[in-house]
Design a protein around this ligand. Structure first.
Ligand SMILES: [Zn+2]
Length: 397
């Protein structure tokens, strides 16, 4: 059994250990097992540590069948069997701050709002807890955040203790214990008593601060996202730089950005409506001129386009057949790899376009659908629009 030094003192950053053995797992990954370790393995919602063994990078630490495996990039060179261990302290200390902050916030949510925490996830950027609740209000979040930050400032000691089940039962535990022996309690005096196997700082002051970010509904629970410690500053820095850039782009002070953005969106909507109306007018003119051109003896109104949406072709075909009940329309568009088309007839004609298009679908290995007087579809761009129109006229006869 590896001696878990991180339980005796979570602040030890380096240590010399004996390598018990090294080997590869089923997936061919190198790992080392030590007589004692400062590396925390993944567990209890807290991610594993990273670091080095004799300078070789440790990228993962997992407890497998009671054995703590230090996954290394390659075999660790250790002629005398000793390994100089070093953990990435920035990463570990961040985990300690977030984990302690989670205990604190869970205790506050229960004390203040009677919401129980059911799970906890320590992510790369933020931390979440799932709460047994339907919803949160801004006021609730403000109150909880203030209460948690007050406890941080009061700098309560955080103590860990190994107890028996009987001893544990004398504490006001926040959650029912999962273990029945070798129980480790993490105690924030006067605030929280929890069974926990994670690493924590010595006092709440080291959490530094906590900021609640947002909540969302997750299944039938509330998922609350927050950050502690240096992550608060990181969040502030990132958000501040976005706002700084926005104040320059929009040429407005920060407190006017929201109003300005709303106004811009309103204007955009109004402009879009104007543009749509203008485009429709243009299409009407286009439809008229196509009808006029066809009046000079062409039975079929045909036009080939490139990069024109099938929606526009449909709109155009509808306009023409509405204006001229005797018209027959066949419009094509080469859109990248596709050859798309729309065909339509006015209500004074009787051709079944569904039948007539069966043949041309086979010509372009395509498909489509519609009604006997209006069909749209497409296939491979393997012939010109004019050739397709010609084939359509033949199959119509
Ligand atoms: Zn914990």
């Amino acid at each position: 059994m590896t001696n878990k030094i991180y339980y005796q003192d979570a602040y030890i950053q380096s240590l010399t250990a004996e390598i018990h053995h090294q080997q590869k797992d089923e997936e061919g990954r190198h790992y080392a097992v030590l007589d004692q370790t400062i590396f925390y393995p993944t567990g209890g919602g807290q991610p594993h540590d990273t670091g080095r063994l004799n300078g070789v990078k440790v990228y993962g630490v997992e407890e497998v069948d009671g054995e703590i495996r230090h996954y290394t990039e390659k075999e660790v060179h250790a002629p005398d069997g000793a390994a100089e261990c070093e953990i990435d302290w920035g990463r570990r200390y961040d985990h300690m701050q977030q984990h302690a902050g989670q205990h604190l916030l869970s205790a506050v949510m229960e004390e203040l709002l009677d919401m129980k925490t059911t799970s906890f996830h320590l992510g790369k950027e933020t931390v979440t807890i799932d709460l047994d609740a339907d919803s949160l209000t801004t006021d609730m979040m403000d109150r909880a955040e203030k209460a948690a930050n007050r406890i941080i400032l009061q700098n309560h000691p955080i103590e860990t203790k190994w107890v028996t089940a009987e001893e544990a039962s004398s504490y006001p535990l926040r959650k029912q214990l999962e273990a029945t022996e070798n129980i480790r309690l993490v105690i924030i005096h006067g605030c929280d008593y929890s069974g926990c196997g994670g690493t924590h700082p010595r006092s709440t002051g080291e959490i530094a601060s906590i900021k609640l970010l947002k909540w969302e509904r997750q299944r039938k629970q509330v998922r609350l996202e927050f950050v502690c410690g240096n992550r608060v500053l990181k969040q502030l820095g990132e958000k501040h730089s976005v706002i700084q850039e926005l104040t320059q782009v929009m040429n407005r002070p920060a407190d006017q950005l929201v109003a300005e953005a709303k106004q811009l969106l309103e204007e955009k909507k109004a402009l879009q409506a104007k543009l749509d109306a203008a485009e429709e007018e243009l299409l009407e003119v286009e439809a008229e001129s196509m009808i006029d051109a066809a009046a000079e003896g062409n039975e079929l109104i045909h036009q080939s386009y490139t990069d024109r949406s099938i929606q526009t072709l449909q709109q155009l075909a509808r306009m023409i057949t509405a204006k001229d009940p005797e018209s027959l329309v066949f419009l094509t568009a080469e859109n990248g790899e596709q050859l798309q088309f729309v065909t339509a007839r006015g209500k004074d004609r009787e051709e079944d376009l569904k039948k007539a298009t069966q043949l041309i679908f086979s010509l372009i290995e395509g498909k489509g659908g519609g009604k006997p007087d209006f069909i749209q579809g497409g296939g491979k761009n393997i012939m010109s629009g004019a050739e397709l129109a010609k084939a359509f006229m033949q199959s119509l006869k």
